[in-house]
Write a protein that binds this ligand. Structure first.
Ligand SMILES: Nc1ncnc2c1ncn2[C@@H]1O[C@H](COP(=O)(O)OP(=O)(O)OP(=O)(O)O)[C@@H](O)[C@H]1O
Length: 316
């Protein structure tokens, strides 16, 4: 099946000369949930803005449902609903009227039945006559989604849907997204949170410094990323790592006073118990133990290094 969105060699250089996107190629399949994961300033919003026609690409091509966004913008845009990062909402308007108005902006004929369904799906129906300012933060977010869905788009962009919200509201937003996915809408969300990508997405695209480093099935990616490091502080520094520990994949930290061991959090056996026994057997005394989750930053460093290796292998 042809992808619903096709992005080819997309580049964006802002007027001040800053290059925010570098040669991005990406196919998005109909019905999937794709998370674009990346730190602040990676280029996620820029990418979304170009697809939605809010910014112009410097180079490259984007088609939405086969419509080229630069030649056939209206048709392409009609297929898209956008929930922007900033909460931009007319707080004095009433819920149903406001959502209905959004539909009108796309030139679509009035369809009260459809709007009713959207509001019911988002559990906003009993608030339909309330002014938006009277709603809770979670409800306001849902009104923004209802507005984005008002013209029956097949694709929904959610730009950092849970940035700065509490855990409860994050879970609520995840439930909303799960329901939307069931209805067949293609969802593209941007996020800083690995857990969010893991919970929601079929595929994850990792973006950093304007480059799409990889796009991978979420399960595959999480298996390779779900690592923790166990750090063992030694009473006395050592010059060389005992053979038996090296064989278990342990590394000696700088200065010889720590042992570092990476393990897979998803694995049935982490190997920690055996490792600690081995440390004792080697006659080493521990003064402290700690673990730390690989951070998004570590993961990017890893990914960039892996990507470089792969590129060099291909070039060789
Ligand atoms: N209008 C602009 N002019 C110049 N530079 C810009 C402009 N808009 C964005 N940038 C820069 O482009 C880069 C990418 O920004 P973008 O907002 O796309 O990142 P992001 O991944 O969405 O980040 P965040 O997660 O913080 O929203 C940043 O370095 C940003 O400062």
């Amino acid at each position: 099946m042809a992808p619903i969105i096709k992005i080819e060699d997309l580049e964006k250089t802002y007027e001040n000369g800053f290059q925010a996107l570098k040669g991005v190629d990406l196919d998005i399949e109909e019905g999937e949930v794709l998370a674009l994961l990346g730190p602040n300033g990676a280029g996620k919003t820029t990418l979304i803005s170009i697809i939605c026609g809010l910014a112009k690409a410097t180079k490259g091509k984007v088609t939405v449902g086969g419509h080229d966004i630069s030649h056939d913008f209206r048709k392409a845009r009609e297929m898209i609903g956008l929930v922007p990062q900033e909460m931009s909402i007319e707080i004095f308007e009433r819920v149903q009227a406001n959502v209905r108005h959004s539909r009108g902006l796309f030139g679509k004929p009035r369809n009260d039945e459809y709007i009713e369904r959207v509001l019911k799906d988002l559990t906003l129906w009993d608030k339909k006559d309330n002014r938006i300012r009277e709603l809770s933060g979670g409800m306001k977010r849902r009104v923004m989604i209802a507005k984005a869905l008002s013209h029956e788009p097949r694709i929904l962009f959610l730009d950092e849907p849970t940035a700065g919200v509490d855990v409860e509201l994050r879970k609520e937003m995840w439930d909303v997204m799960t329901e939307l996915k069931k209805s067949g809408v293609t969802i593209i969300l941007t996020t800083h949170y690995i857990e969010e990508a893991e919970a929601m997405a079929d595929r994850v695209g990792v973006i950093s410094k304007g480059e799409l480093l990889l796009v991978e099935e979420t399960d595959t990616l999480m298996k390779s990323l779900g690592k923790k490091m166990l750090e063992i502080e030694l009473d006395e520094p050592i010059d060389a790592l005992p053979e038996a520990l090296a064989a278990r994949g342990v590394a000696l930290g700088e200065g010889g006073a720590t042992l570092e061991y990476y393990y897979d959090t998803a694995a049935e056996k982490t190997g920690i118990t055996d490792l600690l026994a081995e440390v004792r057997k080697a006659g080493l005394t521990m003064s402290d133990l700690s673990t730390r989750q690989s951070s998004l930053e570590d993961i990017f460093v890893d990914l960039v290094a892996q990507q470089k290796e792969k590129d060099e292998e291909t070039a060789a």
